[in-house]
Write a protein that binds this ligand. Structure first.
Ligand SMILES: [Zn+2]
Length: 1067
């Protein structure tokens, strides 16, 4: 049921994007391509308030919004639209190009052209309160200096009307935004914002418009240095280093094998056009960029004549044009649009083969560490919508679920550990297809290539199973209807889809209208059979297509140190060539930059950013309807919400009776349930059945501390969704999954283990902050320990040892899996959570009752108590990387601190000011933030892609003093409060609301408490910050440190502070 992929052809989202900021909002949405659709949001609710970090900011992040298009689930009835007859647009300087009512999203869409400059505006009106604005420029780079990416960062660092260091951060602090970010694509740069509050929305729009058209960075060399690159020299006796936010961000990206592969593939497939270079920036090339080139790029491309602007939602369409005209009228037409045209790549006449190296761990096991990926450029020109749709469908058939033949055969071949390559990628001018494996032995590379080609050949000859085609069709239709974009605003998902054509001067309406081509495709499949539809596509675009690039990636244990030595050599040479006066000047400039970075904005400058007042904020928390009842003795929570006829359900089982040593097996147990098959159905049939009857089922563990309790809350959750008419089928399927699945397939289980291992290794390199955080949690409390057993370094170690055990001792593993099932799945300790409208909730009752009757009455197990923790030592997890992830944490409840709502405001403020300024801006890390898990009491600091190690810890330790010395006027305080409320009230679609209500129930959070916390947030005073300073000193004094870091940095740290880190090698 992995259909995050969905209709890529009409979803048109982003791959290889650099997101500027990484809200948890983006994160949640980052459904990995081959991951279950149903979001496995784990652990604390606070995570949602946290600005976390996207796991791979330079490659596929915003993978495929899940069907952004269908009838909106929030609206019960469509508003009536009359054609626009007013002459207001004309008077404001716009001419209407075309207008359509888009049935698929129940919206009126009007395309305007700004007469003076040629700027194009798409104005979409409907009753969605989550309003979206975006301005997009075509920004094709000519080299890999990363100009578009550095500009994306820099324009948000102050502008004409908002002359402060980072208006962007002020908006993060003090607005109710439901989305705020910026993305760099290989050929365009997007600036989207969203809010449900109209006043807030227009504030955001104005700040963004001013930022892109009148940024300070084009006159301010220091912003360029800070965000792009600069030489740093703190003292003439020290070495010169490179610093810069983008520079370090990209160093992190270039440390990850999957990213290196993705980039090499793109560049090799498009050697002759703009996609042949890296818009994000290659750390080797970034220092070649000059300030003049940077300014010129902005002048040329950030111009209305090269802009596409999107508005969406329930606000006044004329007001939108009025705001725009103020900005656009200030410009004259330019030739930017013709200069930014993306030239297509011509097709090759014969295939190409490329070998690349990637940094691997020294002394690690290198034999099975090769990667191979086959890539095709599908066409030399854009495809028509029907062909794209068919290709998207084909992609889902080939790779969309574990049962999809190409994916299945590759994984079952035992030639490699995990799939690489994203299948069909269609968000650039020309679509591509790529597929391969990682964790391959050098001698097996040819076998992987042959297997890919042979499988595609045989699929072209024999076609797909009818069941598979039906399952894919249902999956696609379901998700279109459900239109579940997660926490990503629907209007933004639509914008990105429309932009996929519009940016290339094609029809922006077309990608929004999927119904007709989908019906046509369905009819063709019914009439001619699926083979007649798909076989020619496989033959033409893949098998007989000479534009094929095979990339082989070889592990190179010396690469990381070689790269570092090369960089040092350049910098040493530079230093040797400098006179004493030069060095003194560089030291001065370094200090000047730091001083500027560390000097706060003046209160006047801060006041320039518009903000709401506390009166604009609702006094009550958002209420989610809940009715707690009982079916056959089992608790049932019901949430009466309009869901467009979809029933969302969670079946929750208690995990607390599981034996401690079985915990690390739980993730594999969950995967086995979904992917091993029952007595009478193999897993392919089971998956097809799930695809045909439901919108997806997933199983995963949920663990959290509960405030005021010793024992953690730990459950297994089975999540499912289906059209209400399919409720019975869904519960039958859930029943079969948890009761009938056979844990007998040793070979498949071995694949799960190697896939999980590959995934964990990837996480270590790309998401080391998460690994560090889990590790600290495991040292500080039981819930953290459990999570780490199932997803941290301990889990990786478990997987490594398990791999051998499968061959020698499979029976024991198999019976352990059976034991887990017997412990978990029973009526006793079960809880059901349902979200749908009242009528469908009532209708579902008898199926729920039937399901519950079929469960065993009580489980085998007796209550277990887990009290394991990892030792409280400071640890460095050493991996081959050029950047670090540094964490420090302590449990504040153990100091006697009692939780107050103000802690939300304070920790957000620490993240957005102190840590942002010191860890990111002057430290040069891509991110630095803190998190307060209010359930466990653990307060943690974390950094992301950080060039520093001990220095970052010093910043963390300075937090108490920062709070003690903090000065804050009322405006700043109000902003901090409003920003916090924005997080607490984050926008949720109905399924997410039902799920939040469930987790609150599980964690014992009552409505009265939510009201109390809200009041505490709203009444936060400066004195709360000062009091918190004393509390947070506990992290400095007693905190535990975990860093995921490079061997050199750890060695140096241990030289500076002997025996500070206990070293653990993880890769
Ligand atoms: Zn970036």
């Amino acid at each position: 049921m992995e259909r995050a992929v969905l209709l890529r052809s009409i979803s048109g989202t982003t791959s290889r994007v650099c997101t500027r900021l990484f809200s948890s909002k983006v994160c949640n949405f980052t459904a990995k391509r081959h991951r279950s659709v149903l979001n496995t949001r784990r652990r604390s609710l606070l995570l949602q308030h946290l600005r976390l970090i996207s796991t791979s900011p330079s490659s596929v992040h915003l993978n495929r919004p899940f069907c952004p298009l269908a009838p909106r689930a929030i609206a019960t009835s469509a508003p009536q639209f009359s054609p626009d007859v007013s002459d207001a647009p004309e008077k404001l300087g716009f001419e209407k190009v075309s207008e359509e009512f888009i049935e698929e999203c129940k919206s009126k869409a009007v395309l305007y052209k700004h007469k003076k400059t040629g700027a194009e505006v798409m104005s979409v009106s409907n009753d969605d309160e989550n309003k979206v604005f975006g301005v997009v420029f075509r920004t094709p780079p000519k080299d890999s200096t990363g100009i578009p990416h550095i500009l994306e960062h820099s324009v948000l660092c102050g502008s004409r009307k908002y002359p402060l260091k980072e208006p962007f951060v002020e908006l993060l602090k003090g607005s109710l935004n439901t989305f705020l970010n910026a993305f760099t694509y290989p050929d365009r740069t997007c600036y989207p914002v969203a809010s449900t509050n109209a006043k807030d929305f227009y504030n955001l729009v104005d700040v963004y418009l001013d930022a892109v058209f009148f940024p300070k960075c084009v006159e301010d060399f220091q912003t360029f240095q800070q965000e792009g690159w600069h030489y740093e020299l703190n003292d003439p006796s020290e070495d010169i280093t490179y610093k810069g936010v983008v520079f370090n961000e990209m160093k992190g990206v270039y440390s990850q094998p999957d990213n290196i592969l993705g980039r090499s593939s793109q560049q090799a497939v498009f050697p002759d056009n703009t996609y042949g270079v890296d818009s994000g920036g290659d750390p080797l090339v970034i220092p070649k960029l000059t300030f003049d080139e940077f300014k010129e790029f902005h002048r040329k491309f950030y111009h209305p004549s090269n802009a596409r602007i999107w508005f969406y939602g329930d606000d006044d369409p004329i007001e939108r044009l009025r705001i725009l005209s103020e900005y656009l009228d200030m410009f004259d037409a330019s030739s930017a649009a013709s200069e930014s045209i993306i030239k297509p790549q011509k097709l090759f006449t014969k295939p190409v083969r490329i070998i690349e190296k990637y940094p691997a761990a020294e002394g690690g096991e290198l034999k099975k560490k090769h990667m191979v990926c086959l890539n095709w450029l599908i066409s030399d020109k854009p495809l028509d919508l029907e062909t794209e749709l068919a290709l998207g469908f084909l992609d889902h058939l080939l790779l969309g679920t574990p049962a999809s033949p190409l994916r299945k055969i590759l994984l079952e071949s035992s030639l490699g550990e995990a799939i690489v390559g994203g299948g069909v990628e269609d968000e650039l001018l020309q679509p591509q297809f790529s597929i391969g494996l990682k964790g391959v032995s050098e001698e097996d590379i040819q076998k992987v290539e042959d297997l890919v080609m042979d499988t595609l050949k045989s699929l072209a000859e024999t076609g797909f199973d009818t069941e598979a085609v039906e399952a894919s069709m249902n999956t696609i239709e379901f998700s279109l209807r459900e239109n579940n974009t997660g926490s990503f605003p629907r209007g933004l998902a639509l914008m990105l889809r429309s932009m996929g054509k519009w940016i290339y001067d094609m029809d922006p309406f077309e990608p929004l209208k999927y119904q007709k081509p989908l019906m046509a495709l369905k009819a063709r499949i019914a009439e001619e059979g699926s083979k007649a539809v798909f076989a020619p596509l496989i033959e033409k675009f893949i098998l007989n297509n000479p534009h094929r690039v095979t990339i082989e990636m070889q592990p190179d244990p010396e690469k990381a140190s070689r790269d570092e030595a090369d960089e040092k050599e350049i910098l040493d040479k530079l230093k040797a060539s400098m006179t004493e006066a030069d060095l003194a000047e560089l030291t001065r400039a370094t200090q000047e930059l730091r001083l500027k970075q560390e000097t706060p904005d003046t209160p006047e400058a801060l006041k320039s950013v518009p903000s709401l007042s506390l009166e604009d904020i609702p006094k009550k928390p958002i209420e989610i309807p809940i009715e707690i009842g009982d079916i056959n003795g089992v608790k049932v929570l019901r949430h009466d919400l309009f869901t467009n006829d979809v029933l969302y359900s969670e079946v929750v089982f208690d995990m607390s009776s599981l034996k401690q040593e079985l915990l690390p097996l739980v993730p594999l147990f969950c995967q086995s349930l979904m992917e091993m098959g029952t007595k009478d159905m193999d897993f392919v049939q089971l998956n097809q059945l799930i695809g045909r009857k439901t919108g997806g089922i997933s199983v995963y563990p949920f663990t959290s501390s509960v405030r005021g309790k010793v024992d953690p809350c730990s459950h297994i959750i089975v999540r499912g969704k289906a059209m209400s008419g399919r409720t019975e089928d869904m519960f039958n399927l859930i029943n079969r999954i948890i009761q009938d699945v056979q844990f007998t397939d040793q070979k498949r289980f071995k694949q799960f283990v190697s896939q999980s291992k590959a995934r964990m290794e990837n996480r270590l390199r790309g998401g080391g902050h998460g690994i560090a955080s889990a590790r600290m949690g495991a040292k500080l409390n039981v819930a953290g320990w459990i999570s780490e057993q199932m997803g941290g370094v301990s889990y990786l170690e478990f997987l490594q040892s398990l791999e051998e055990k499968i061959d020698n001792n499979w029976d024991e593993i198999s019976s352990s899996l059976e034991e887990i099932r017997k412990c978990l799945f029973s009526k006793e300790g079960c809880l059901i959570n349902l979200t749908a409208d009242g009528e469908n909730l009532t209708k579902s009752e008898k199926y729920v009752a039937g399901f519950l009757d079929s469960l065993p009455k009580s489980s085998l197990a007796t209550s277990e108590s887990w009290n394991a923790r990892l030792p409280l030592t400071s640890e460095a997890i050493v991996i081959p990387t050029q950047v670090n992830y540094v964490g420090k944490a302590a449990n504040l409840y153990e100091t006697g601190y009692e939780f107050k709502g103000s802690a939300y405001v304070i920790s957000k403020h620490i993240s957005n000011t102190w840590l942002w300024d010191r860890v990111r801006v002057s430290g040069g890390a891509y991110g630095g933030f803190c998190n307060f898990d209010t359930h466990s009491g653990i307060f943690s600091f974390l950094s992301y892609r950080d060039p520093n190690l001990l220095k970052t810890l010093d910043v963390y330790d300075g937090t108490g003093d920062f709070l003690r010395e903090l000065e804050m006027d009322n405006d700043a305080l109000t902003k901090a409060i409003i920003g916090t409320i924005g997080d607490v009230d984050s926008y949720q679609l109905p399924d997410a609301k039902g799920y939040s209500s469930l987790t609150r129930y599980l964690l014992g959070i009552k409505e009265e408490e939510r009201q109390k916390r809200r009041e505490e947030i709203l009444s936060t005073r400066l004195s709360d910050f000062k009091e918190f300073a004393e509390v947070i000193d506990a992290v400095k004094d007693k905190g535990v440190v975990v860093a995921v870091a490079s061997p050199d940095d750890v060695e140096n740290a241990n030289k500076e502070r002997p025996d500070f880190f206990e070293i653990k090698k993880a890769l």
